[in-house]
Design a protein around this ligand. Sequence first.
Ligand SMILES: Nc1ncnc2c1ncn2[C@@H]1O[C@H](COP(=O)(O)OP(=O)(O)OP(=O)(O)O)[C@@H](O)[C@H]1O
Length: 579
Amino acid sequence: MLALLKHLKPYRTFVIAVLLMMFAGIMLELYLPTLMAGLVDNGIAKSDINYVWRTGGIMLVCTILAVGLTIFVTYLSSRITQGFSRDVRRMLFTHVEGLSMEQFDRLGTASLITRTTNDIRQVQDVISMMLSMMTRAPIMLIGGIILALSRDVTLSIVFLVTLPVLAIIIFFVTRKVIPLFSVLQKKTDRLNLLLRESLIGTRVVRAFNRTQFEKDRFQTANEDYRDTGIRVNRILAVLYPIMMIAMNATSIMIVWFGAGRIDQGAMQVGNLMAFLQYAMMILMSLIMLSMAFVAIPRAQASAKRINEVFALQSAKQEVKSDIVLGEDVQQQGAVISFEQVSFRYAGAEKHALKDISFTAKPGQTTAIIGSTGSGKSTLLKLIPRFYDPEIGKITINGVATNLLDVDELRSLIGYIPQKASLFRGTIRHNLRFGNPHTTDQLEQQALEIAQATNFVNSKEKGILDEVSQGGGNLSGGQKQRLSIARALARQPLIYLFDDSFSALDYKTDAKLRAALKQVTEKSTVIIVAQRVNTIIDADQIIVLHDGEVAGTGTHEQLLKSNIIYQEIVQSQQMEEESV
Ligand SMILES: Nc1ncnc2c1ncn2[C@@H]1O[C@H](COP(=O)(O)OP(=O)(O)OP(=O)(O)O)[C@@H](O)[C@H]1O
């Protein structure tokens, strides 16, 4: 929690102003019962109307000032807390953007969303409480005790009974409720996860008639969350009535013993009224403190979850040297070498890639082929450092990629993922995603090569037509073509096609590859493909089997000597013949 509070630094002037104004406001509030005691004992009891008017007037001014200060303090506090949560949200978002894919997989998207929204909200609420109740309560408590003692020391003995009882109750209740808060946050994660999964996959859910199943799954998680929430509130529900009973019992005792003291002539009526008000202030402060005791652990559970994310070292900070490829790579192109690379996903028993070595040269196309799950996509993902090899290294022009600045490394790459991922906005917005300075001419060229011109032109607003979230209003093939055009518009030195032609028909696939050849003369192209046809012309083909290289060569060489490649080709021929 303290680690997060340092983000309040930019608002320290505001915080100091709030504390000073709050202090002034409390002093005015504490002064009111004293004024009232005078008004009753000196004004009303002695029928001194002038005294009543004068003191009443002062009381009114004090009240107006206190109200004014409270309003201003509330305004400033909300500026501080809203600003704080905006800053932390921004920092967390930026930090998450820099995390490695492995860290991303480990935390999970749903949990990251909860941490960026709900958890920050919990911390924001407690800071808001700190700026109001938590600072107000101790000042009021101490001030109230001093002033109550100054009114009547004997009557103050009442507090010796009530205060310890209240403290014990608060202690036991908070001890029971604190562990439940982290459970509650975890259940929020689960709710978010189910919501995301079911909303994103809504078409599949409906097509497979699993709506009821999804509803039940969500209902179970929802009720589980509700039950924990009820358990928390059931415990808290005990706290406040007990507080109220304690407060009323204290009032009764004060009035009871106070009346006796008035009878004995040891106390005046106004004094008793003031004492009663101070007693209420003391007890109210205790209630406020107990609320804080409950709120702090909840925010602490959230702060811990936020700090867990901040504690993860950003992939960008892992750079250990300041080597840059600079202009050389632009002149010579990029030679990518895998040197005995092995990789295993976090928590996986088996290696996804084992002892992979090959070199991909500029101006050449390197193709990766292999059965499902053989590690093709994983191999591509290691190049932009979505993941880092466990053993071995990947170099570009002789420099290990983990020694390069991630931004520089990725600026060389045009990555076309297996599942085209587009963003809300116009087609142009998507095309310029990787290069905001793309010219109109380059944009058109990219669309031409990606065989997307026709379908883009057929849209009502052409390139300015809207793409809905995730490209929901486009076909699979259209999404793939735009995804390819987006990479082309970047004019990168390295192209990584991850099975990016799978949704294209044979004719379009061939046309696209022919067009691509003209603009990738200087580039290093690595294509992952399922179809042999797509890679038949590749300069080298790497056959992957179970995460290992089972053969390297051209189509003809492999066809002659590599059994696995022969099997792939045969199975595809059979498929084509059977169609
Ligand atoms: N994020 C991940 N976490 C854990 N294991 C993973 C992850 N992604 C892939 N794997 C595993 O790694 C292995 C290789 O997967 P990869 O996606 O590289 O295969 P692929 O050859 O591209 O398959 P396909 O042709 O079906 O796309 C598989 O066994 C897969 O289950």
